[in-house]
Design a binder for this molecule. Structure first.
Ligand code: HEC
Length: 105
């Protein structure tokens, strides 16, 4: 009986760690996930944009020189962005901007 309880306890701890550990690298994964679900359809998976549809590249020399804050403002204030993009919470904007930075390298 005692052994069964011990096994259950160890199992619970293992499960807890299994859930907790991926969260340590949450920010980077999150930015990539947000980009893929909310931005890639327009700006492209590689963020190169779609010139024919007048969708700008996010990996241009200009944007490389643009501050994180200013890119955040573009995301929130671009008239052509749908409501879900304009209303993106601040933490998500930061995560997605850092993901864009990784694509700019
Ligand atoms: C419905 C299509 C669409 C979606 C979805 C979209 N964008 Fe855009 N985005 C545009 C268009 C079109 C422009 C250019 C608007 C203009 O020139 O006025 C733009 C402009 C921008 C700019 C300014 C670039 C520059 O050089 O001026 C940034 C930064 C940007 N988008 C980031 C994002 C990010 C990050 C996401 C996802 C969170 C996103 N966009 C989602 C269509 C989209």
């Amino acid at each position: 009986m005692k052994t069964t309880k011990l096994i259950a306890l160890v199992g619970t701890i293992a499960l807890g760690l299994f859930i907790a550990i991926p969260k340590l690298s949450w920010a980077a994964d999150d930015g990539a996930a947000i980009y893929k679900t909310k931005c890639a359809a327009c700006h492209g998976a590689d963020a190169a944009g779609k010139p024919a549809a007048k969708i700008p590249s996010l990996v241009s020399e200009d944007l490389k020189k643009t501050s994180d804050e200013a890119i955040g403002k573009f995301i929130a204030e671009t008239a052509k962005h749908p409501a879900g993009i304009k209303g993106l919470p601040g933490d998500d904007v930061k995560a997605v901007v850092s993901y864009i930075r990784s694509l700019q390298k």
